[in-house]
Design a protein around this ligand. Structure first.
Ligand code: PGA
Length: 266
């Protein structure tokens, strides 16, 4: 059985003191050996202090991004090896807030204009550095309404994972994050989530072999809350959650983790 993973993407929120407090509360709520993987994903500048805060606990660490090259003149960027050195297990890549370009037509509000080719290079760099990339995919509302969801997922999966070999793929995590559900309070229904997750797994099977795809974890992300987590996590192809807003409060995040445990019966 796939071990679920619940990760809290802090985005550009919290300060050092509140981050530390959150980790303390989370550690107290979790116990010594939860039956799933739990990670916090703070801003890069907080990775080292948060690594100390989670030390000797089951809480793991992830970064929100990394760069594709190993070193060089890339002002403002951090390499995958640097991320790894802070103690991270995971790195989020291709989040919709980084994929979409700025402009009046951008329904996603993203600002960095990252494309699949760049995400693929970052993904290979992350795997080479010994990180587990959490590669985000998902359609906008316009694309869903236009019946393009599967085509968008095909394009993003194939493009963002280009260059990932079947033997490296076992370290991948995919996050299905419908853009219209991120930060909107409007989550995908369990039926919508299950359909997309099953589709993604099938696509991963064509890329890496069905055996590998059956072992890969696919997280759902987009307005996951204590109130909706159980029904979402009951979906057989949903292997955990990538949580934004609700991960900023330890009590809510802990409830989401508990809900995942309950839904999976683990
Ligand atoms: P949200 O964000 O839970 O606040 O919708 C999810 C994400 O962007 O990963």
């Amino acid at each position: 059985m796939r071990r679920p993973i619940v990760a809290g993407n802090w985005k550009m929120n919290l300060d050092l003191a509140s981050g530390r407090r959150l980790v303390l509360e989370l550690r107290a709520a979790l116990g010594a050996a939860p039956p799933l993987d739990v990670a916090i994903i703070p801003p890069a500048i907080y990775l080292f202090p948060m690594a100390r805060a989670v030390a000797d606990s089951p809480v793991m660490l992830g970064a929100q991004n990394c760069w594709r090259d190993s070193s060089g003149a890339f002002t403002g960027e951090v390499s995958a090896a640097m991320v790894k050195e802070t103690g991270c297990t995971y790195v989020v890549l291709g989040h919709s807030e980084r994929r979409h370009t700025i402009g009046p037509k951008d329904p996603a509000g993203g600002v960095h204009g990252e494309n699949d080719a760049l995400i693929a290079e970052k993904c290979v760099a992350a795997l080479c550095a010994g990180l587990q990339p959490i590669v985000c995919v998902g359609e906008t509302l316009e694309q869903r309404d236009g019946g393009e969801t599967e085509a968008v997922l095909d394009r993003q999966i194939e493009g963002s994972l280009a260059g990932v070999t079947a033997d490296r793929a076992k370290d991948l995590i995919v996050a299905y994050e419908p853009v219209w559900a991120i930060g909107t309070g409007r989550n995908a229904s369990p039926e919508q989530a299950q359909a997309s997750h099953a589709y993604i797994r099938g696509r991963l099977g064509r890329l890496f072999g069905q055996g590998t795809a059956d072992d890969l974890r696919i997280q759902y992300g987009g307005s996951v809350k204590p109130e909706n987590v159980v029904e979402l996590m009951k979906c057989p192809d949903v292997d955990g959650a990538l949580v934004g807003g609700a991960s900023l409060k330890a009590t809510d995040f802990a409830k989401i983790i508990e809900g995942c445990v309950r839904a999976k019966g683990i």
